[in-house]
Design a protein around this ligand. Structure first.
Ligand code: SF4
Length: 252
C-alpha cells in the first residue's frame, strides 16, 4: 500500500534528511513475526523513551545521536542499502523509535525498489506511514523497562485506536524479563484479541559473561509460564535470536 502524497510534497519528502545511526545487513531478523528471515536494517537516531534495559542506547542518547548520526535523504539511504551485499527481501526500519521520523517517502521508495518493509515501535507516536508497512511490530514496554507509566499506557491506547482505524499489518510483541512483565503483557494483550501476540524473553543489559546461557534460561522460564497459562494459548514465545548468534555485537 502506498501513501497518497501530492507530487510536490513527495519530492520534498524525498530530499528531507533523517538522522541515521547505521545501515547494515544482510543479517537475520532476531525477533517477532519475521524472526529468522534475512533482512537489512536502517537504524534511526532518537527515542522518546529511556528503557532501563535498552540495548541500543547509542541510538537513544541525544548527545551520542548528535555526535554520530549521519543526515541521510531517501536517496542516501537507498544508496547505502544498494552498497550492501546479499539481497534480502526485507528492510527493517529500527531505532530508537523510527516513528519519531517522517518516513513516508522512504517506505514508498523501498517498495518501488521491490523490498518488503518492516518497522518496530513502542506505540507512543502514530504516523500514517506505519499503515504502508508490510509488517508493523508494536512493542509496548513493560514495567521492568521503567516506562510503563499511566501516561505512556494511555498514549499506547491512543496509538492503538489510530492503528485500529488504519488497519496496518501488525503484531503485538512484549519483551518479558519477569513475572510482573508477563502479567502486564497478558492483561494489555487481552484488550487486543485479534492481534497476534509474541512474547520475547528479554536479554539482560549489560549482559553477563555467558549471555547465551542467560538468554536460554529466561527463554525456558517464559516457555514454561506461557505453556501453563490457558489465557496465553495464542501467544508465540521466542528468544532474541540475534543474541544467541552474535551476543551483544552491534551492526549485525
Ligand atoms: S523504546 Fe526501544 S529504543 Fe527506545 S529506549 Fe526503549 S528499548 Fe531503547
Amino acid at each position: 500500500m502506498t501513501t497518497l502524497l501530492a507530487p510536490a510534497s513527495r519530492s520534498r519528502e524525498r530530499v528531507r534528511t533523517h538522522p541515521v545511526i547505521e545501515v547494515f545487513g544482510p543479517t537475520i531478523q532476531g525477533e517477532g513475526a519475521e524472526a529468522g528471515l534475512p533482512t537489512h536494517f536502517v537504524r534511526f537516531g532518537g527515542c522518546d523513551y529511556r528503557c532501563s534495559w535498552c540495548d541500543t542506547m547509542y541510538a537513544v542518547d541525544p548527545a551520542v545521536v548528535r555526535a554520530t548520526a549521519e543526515r541521510l535523504s531517501v536517496d542516501g539511504i537507498l544508496a547505502r542499502l544498494e552498497s550492501l551485499s546479499g539481497a534480502p527481501r526485507w528492510v527493517t526500519l529500527s531505532g530508537g523509535n523510527p516513528a519519531l521520523h517522517h518516513l513516508d517517502a522512504l517506505v514508498d521508495a523501498l517498495h518501488g525498489d521491490g523490498f518488503l518493509v518492516a518497522a518496530e515501535t513502542q506505540g507512543s507516536v502514530w504516523r500514517d506511514w506505519l499503515t504502508s508497512l508490510d509488517r508493523l511490530t508494536i512493542s509496548p514496554k513493560p514495567p521492568s523497562s521503567g516506562m510503563a507509566s499511566e501516561r505512556n499506557v494511555a498514549r499506547f491506547h491512543e496509538f492503538m485506536d489510530a492503528a485500529a482505524a488504519a488497519r496496518p499489518v501488525s503484531i503485538l510483541k512484549v519483551v518479558c524479563f519477569d513475572e510482573s512483565d508477563l502479567t502486564w503483557a497478558r492483561d494489555l494483550a487481552a484488550g487486543y484479541p485479534s492481534l497476534p501476540l509474541f512474547l520475547s524473553a528479554g536479554t539482560p543489559v549489560p549482559g553477563p559473561a555467558d549471555v547465551r546461557r542467560a538468554v536460554g534460561d529466561r527463554y525456558r522460564w517464559l516457555c514454561e509460564r506461557v505453556a501453563g497459562d490457558p489465557t496465553l494459548g495464542h501467544a508465540r514465545v521466542l528468544p532474541q535470536l540475534h543474541v544467541i548468534a552474535w551476543k551483544e555485537a552491534t551492526g549485525v
